[in-house]
Design a binder for this molecule. Structure first.
Ligand code: SAH
Length: 208
């Protein structure tokens, strides 16, 4: 329990009602992770509203419904090793950390590497490794991954991601150039890549 428990419960109830959250494990994690530890102090009071908020370096922490939708689409399993592109605040990684074995999160901006690390530490999370680097190349060192989640708008699905993904693995990414993108889920199968579009979304762009 903390001073925001009531607001957090309100957020979760709405996400369930609107159909963004469905599985028991994921609902519990949304109840457990304090989102207010992942925003700037002056924004704490808005932490449980369903919209994106600014974080340092001109970036944003995604709206709760987007994090919920992406987490469910990733079908997280207890044994999974996950790669995230774009650590930002560390909130998405924190949510995943309670649902999978290990999360590697690549962040290009040094200020946000520190921000994400500090927030994850404050939340007492130990199985997320935040690495500074250009996520368009994935992260060779810890491959292969069961799941890859891209949380910045990417012009394309890079070959390095597909290569670093395990067979039957899932990759989730907002794909597109402009202000809006399409949320694409790819499953890597023996027969090739199965691709499904989950509709429009708006993410900050991938920077190289
Ligand atoms: N998942 C984050 C939201 C991230 S916003 C959260 O839960 O808060 C997108 C992030 O992608 C920003 O932090 C941005 O700096 C980062 N980013 C942009 N281009 C990148 C790149 N090429 N490699 C890694 N991170 C990148």
């Amino acid at each position: 329990m903390d001073e925001f428990s009531g607001q957090r419960e309100g957020m979760v109830i709405k996400l369930v009602k609107d159909g963004y959250l469905g599985s028991k494990r994921v609902i519990k994690v949304f109840m457990d992770i304090p989102r207010h530890l992942f925003v700037r102090e002056e924004d704490e009071k808005f932490a449980y509203a369903d919209y994106p908020l600014p974080i340092p370096a001109g970036q944003t922490i995604s709206a709760p419904h987007m994090v919920a939708m992406m987490t469910e689409l990733l079908e997280p399993k207890a044994k999974d090793k996950v790669l995230e592109i774009g650590a930002g605040s560390g909130y998405q990684a924190a949510i995943l950390s309670k649902l999978v074995k290990k999360v590697y999160s690549i962040e290009v901006d040094p200020e946000l590497v520190s921000f994400a690390k500090q927030n994850l530490k404050r939340a007492g999370i130990k199985n997320v490794e935040v690495v500074r680097g250009d996520g368009s190349r994935g992260y060779e060192k810890a491959k292969p991954y069961d799941k890859i989640i891209v949380t910045c708008a990417t012009p394309e699905i890079f070959g390095s991601w597909i290569k670093q993904l395990k067979m039957n693995g899932i990759l989730l990414a907002p794909v597109g150039g402009g202000f809006y993108q399409e949320l694409i889920r790819i499953r890597k199968t023996k027969k090739g890549l199965e691709r499904k579009n989950y509709g429009g979304c708006a993410f900050v762009p991938l920077r190289c």
